[in-house]
Design a protein around this ligand. Structure first.
Ligand SMILES: Nc1ncnc2c1ncn2[C@@H]1O[C@H](COP(=O)(O)OP(=O)(O)OP(=O)(O)O)[C@@H](O)[C@H]1O
Ligand SMILES: [Mg+2]
Length: 240
């Protein structure tokens, strides 16, 4: 008898969920890795937004890079109206976390981040969690022994019992998804990149590098954002 597919979180990116066996397995910790401007934040917000809107699934988006207002106005510009999901989707920025630092002088920045996320979990029971981005968190945390501390950080993420989307940054043309072996710790990796297809045309591409528990395609697909809708299509023109 065929094993039933594990419960999945749909990405709502048109054409992509079927390449992932229906979506991201629930409780997976997934990196979204890419160079600047490859829609990492948009993809993460899009997944939370549509799961809140269509699935009533609560989410938390922690933005350490951009302020809350900046993220929200970007997303409004893409047609993702926050007012429609604000009861289910919390967007938290660094300033909001900093407010909680007062009186917590003994704790490290990482401890404060975790406490904040744990408290939110207790109050909102969110199922989807975005960290935008991991390199900024690593910088703020001033990790002394990055590999060891990140191992424990990923353990903590798993104990949160949520599906986590963790944004990492890649340098253009680099093949490193991250810097301290986080790609081995994560259950999944979605890689987004820019591809120059001819002298003037550059397209965005997405591929699933790995996804535990999933019989997924490893191909690159063209990623398009039009009228607030993300979709993937087969790559038609390849650079020779
Ligand atoms: N209203 C819009 N309609 C279509 N595309 C847009 C719109 N606003 C922004 N974009 C595109 O989204 C891109 C930025 O997307 P996003 O912020 O998700 O990327 P990112 O990978 O998170 O970038 P960064 O590395 O700077 O964090 C812009 O460079 C632009 O191409
Ligand atoms: Mg971003």
């Amino acid at each position: 008898m065929q094993k039933p597919a594990s419960p999945r979180i749909r990405t709502f990116i048109e054409g992509f969920d079927e390449k992932l066996n229906g979506g991201i397995p629930q409780k997976n910790v997934v990196l979204i890795a890419g160079e600047p401007g490859t829609l990492k934040s948009t993809i993460a917000f899009y997944i939370l937004y549509h799961n809140a809107l269509h699935g009533n699934i609560p989410g938390v988006y922690i933005t350490l890079e951009q302020g809350r207002e900046s993220i929200l106005s970007n997303m409004e510009g893409l047609g993702l109206e926050y007012a429609k999901v604000e009861k289910k989707l919390s967007v938290v920025d660094l300033a909001m976390i900093r407010k909680h630092i007062e009186g917590l002088g003994e704790h490290t920045w990482m401890d404060i981040f975790k406490m904040y996320a744990d408290n939110l979990k207790a109050t909102t029971d969110y199922q989807l969690f975005v960290i935008d981005s991991l390199p900024v968190l690593e910088m703020l945390a001033e990790l002394k022994n990055p590999r060891n501390e990140l191992f424990h950080f990923f353990e903590w993420l798993r104990d949160l019992d949520v599906t986590a989307l963790v944004i990492t940054e890649m340098r253009p043309n680099s093949l490193e998804y991250c810097h301290f072996g986080e790609d081995f710790l994560a259950d999944g990796i979605l890689h987004v990149k820019m591809e120059q297809v001819d002298e003037v045309t550059v397209q965005r591409r997405i591929r699933c590098v790995k996804m535990r528990n999933t019989n997924h395609s490893t191909n690159f697909y063209t990623l398009m954002l039009e009228n607030g809708v993300l979709q993937v299509t087969r790559v038609l023109s390849e650079k020779t």
